[in-house]
Design a protein around this ligand. Structure first.
Ligand code: AMP
Ligand code: MG
Length: 494
C-alpha cells in the first residue's frame, strides 16, 4: 500500500491521528513514549491552534488532555518518536544531534504535534530531556506572536508546567510545549544521512518531503526537471522570504544553526530570540554568541550559508553542481525583493507604485534610526499614527538629531503627496504592529508564572494574536521598554 495513504486511527480524545513520518521507518527515528511529569498544570493555551487541529475548546480545559500532553497518559492512535538529525552549530559540523527532548506524537489534520521537553531520548547527549518553564513560555508566546505578524512559523498549542525541578544555571521547574507544524523536518535531517553516506535514506527523506510538501517540484521543470534542485530552490526562496520578514519586523532568531532551519521555511526553535527594542543592526541577542555570528544584520547571509549546507547534503541527489548553484542564487534576489516590498509597505508606499527615490529614502531612514538608537517598533507605529493624524511630533520625540529627522520628514512628505492619506495610514497600521514580544514583557510573564500567576501569559497571547489592533487596557505594553530591559541577558540555556 502507498505509505502516504495508510488508515488513520481515532484516539480516546476523539482526535484522528495519522503518522506519516513514522512510516519512513526506524532509520529516521527511535520510537519512545514521552516521560511523564508530576502534577501538571496549564500555563498557557492557544484556542486558535486548538481550533486548527479540530480540538474542541473543552478538551483544552480537560484533565485528560493535560495529563496526556504532560506525558502521563498515552494517546490512542499516536506512534510517538524522537527523530534523528545532525547539523552545523555556530558554523562547525556538530555531528549527530536529534530530538534530544522532543517527541513527535503524530499528525492531526495534516499537522504534526510534537512535545518539547518531554524527557530523555537516545539523542539527549549530555542533556536531561527537559525544557524549563521560562523558555517554554517564550517559545509558546513567540510562535503565536510570529503567526499574528504573518510570519511563517511553527505554532504552539499550549504549555504545561510541573513543579519538577530542572537544573540550569539555577534550579528551575520543568514544562512541556506542545508544538504544531506541517513538519518539523530540518536541514539537519538531510545533513545527517548525507554525512553518513546513507544515500538510500537521503533519497527516501527527500522524496517524502517532495511528495508531501512540495508536490509541484516533482512535475515543474523549473530547473531542468530535476526535482531535488527544484526542492532546493523552493526551500531557498521560502527561507529568503522568512528572513526578510524577520528583518522587517526587527526579529533576531539568535541560534541559526542548520538543525534549527525548517525545510518548510518556518521559523523554528525559539531560544534566545529577541525583537529589537532600539534599532541596532549589529545587535546580538544570544548571550552565548560571543562572536556575533547570529547578530541581527547577519541573519540573511547566515540563512544563505545554511542553505549551502543543505545543498551540500542534497548534492548526491541533485548531482549537477551548476543546478544547485542556480537554485542557491535565488536567495539574494528573493530576499532583496521581499525585504524592499515589506519595508515600502511599512512606509505606506504601496506595491506597484514604485519610485527609484524610495531606496535612498529607506536607507537614510534606517541610518537615522541606527544613529539615534530609536525604538524600532514604536517608531513605525507612531509614524503610522502620524500619517493618519498628520501630527508628527510624537515621532520627532524619538530622535536626538531632530534636524536630521525634519529633513527626512520633508522628503517623506513630498513622496506621500497626492496619495490617499486615510488609505495609506490604514495600510501602515495593518503593517506596523503595536505589540511585539519584547524581552521584558516575556520576563514579566515568566516571573508571574513562576509564582503560579498565568494571567500575563494569557494577556500577552491575546495581544500578540492581534498585534495590529488597539488594546486600550494594555497600552503600557506598547510603550518604551523600562531601563532594565537592556540588561536582560538571554543565553542558549533553556
Ligand atoms: P537547541 O540549541 O535547543 O536547538 O538544541 C540543540 C540540540 O541539543 C538538539 O539536539 C536538542 O534536542 C538538544 N538539547 C537541547 N537541550 C536539551 C536538553 N535539556 N536535553 C536534551 N537535549 C537537549
Ligand atoms: Mg534546536
Amino acid at each position: 500500500m502507498n505509505a502516504l495513504i495508510q488508515p488513520c486511527q481515532i484516539s480516546h480524545t476523539g482526535l484522528v491521528w495519522n503518522n506519516h513520518f513514522h512510516r519512513l521507518g526506524p532509520d529516521f527515528y527511535t520510537s519512545l513514549a514521552p516521560q511523564g511529569m508530576p502534577a501538571p498544570y496549564w500555563v498557557g493555551r492557544s484556542f486558535a491552534v486548538a481550533e486548527m487541529l479540530g480540538l474542541p475548546a473543552s478538551q483544552l480545559q480537560s484533565d485528560a488532555l493535560l495529563q496526556a500532553l504532560a506525558g502521563n497518559q498515552p494517546i490512542g492512535g499516536t506512534q510517538p518518536l524522537a527523530s534523528v538529525y545532525s547539523g552545523h552549530q555556530f558554523g562547525h559540523w556538530a555531528g549527530q544531534l536529534g530530538d534530544g527532548r522532543a517527541c513527535l506524537l503524530g499528525e492531526i489534520n495534516g499537522l504534526e504535534v510534537q512535545l518539547k521537553g518531554s524527557g530523555l531520548t537516545p539523542y539527549s547527549r549530555m542533556g536531561d530531556g527537559r525544557a524549563v518553564l521560562r523558555s517554554s513560555i517564550r517559545e509558546f508566546l513567540c510562535s503565536e506572536a510570529m503567526h499574528g505578524l504573518g510570519i511563517p512559523t511553527t505554532r504552539a498549542l499550549c504549555v504545561v508546567g510541573s513543579d519538577e525541578k530542572v537544573a540550569r544555571e539555577t534550579l528551575e521547574t520543568a514544562a512541556v510545549v506542545t508544538r504544531v507544524a506541517p513538519s518539523f523536518i530540518r536541514f539537519g535531517h538531510f545533513e545527517h544521512f548525507a554525512a553518513r553516506n546513507q544515500l538510500m535514506q537521503l533519497r527516501t527523506l527527500a522524496d517524502y518531503v517532495l511528495a508531501r510538501y512540495y508536490p509541484d517540484c516533482q512535475t515543474a521543470s523549473l530547473l531542468a526537471a530535476n526535482p531535488y534542485a527544484n526542492l532546493l530552490m523552493q526551500v531557498t526562496e521560502r527561507t529568503a522570504v522568512m528572513v526578510a520578514h524577520w528583518q522587517s519586523v526587527g526579529f533576531c532568531h539568535g541560534v541559526m544553526n542548520t538543525d534549527n532551519m525548517s525545510i518548510l521555511g518556518l521559523t523554528i526553535d525559539y531560544g534566545p530570540f529577541q525583537f529589537l527594542d532600539t534599532y541596532d543592526p549589529g545587535h546580538i541577542c544570544n548571550h552565548t554568541d560571543r562572536g556575533g555570528r547570529y547578530a541581527f544584520d547577519r541573519q540573511p547571509e547566515i540563512a544563505h550559508w545554511n542553505l549551502y549546507a543543505l545543498a551540500q547534503a542534497l548534492m548526491p541527489l541533485i548531482e549537477d553542481k551548476a543546478l544547485a548553484l542556480q537554485a542557491l542564487d535565488t536567495f539574494k534576489p528573493v530576499f532583496e525583493r521581499t525585504w524592499q516590498q515589506l519595508m515600502r509597505t511599512k512606509l505606506g508606499l504601496v506595491a506597484g507604485n514604485d519610485n527609484p527615490a524610495d531606496h535612498p529614502l529607506l536607507q537614510d531612514l534606517m541610518a537615522l534610526l541606527t544613529q539615534d538608537r530609536v525604538d524600532y517598533t514604536l517608531f513605525w507605529r507612531r509614524l503610522s499614527q502620524a500619517v493618519a493624524s498628520q501630527q508628527f511630533a510624537p515621532v520627532r520625540d524619538l530622535f536626538l538629531d531632530t534636524a536630521a529627522w525634519d529633513a527626512w520628514l520633508l522628503r517623506y512628505g513630498a513622496r506621500l503627496a497626492g496619495v490617499d492619506q486615510d488609505e495609506t495610514a490604514a495600510l501602515m497600521l495593518k503593517t506596523n504592529p503595536k505589540y511585539v514580544l519584547r524581552n521584558y514583557l516575556g520576563e514579566l510573564a515568566i516571573e508571574a508564572a513562576k509564582g503560579k500567576d498565568f494571567s500575563m501569559v494569557a494577556h500577552l497571547l491575546t495581544l500578540l494574536e492581534r498585534p495590529f489592533d488597539e488594546h486600550p487596557a494594555f497600552e503600557t505594553y506598547a510603550g518604551l521598554p523600562p531601563d532594565w530591559a537592556s540588561r536582560i541577558e538571554i543565553s542558549c540555556s533553556s
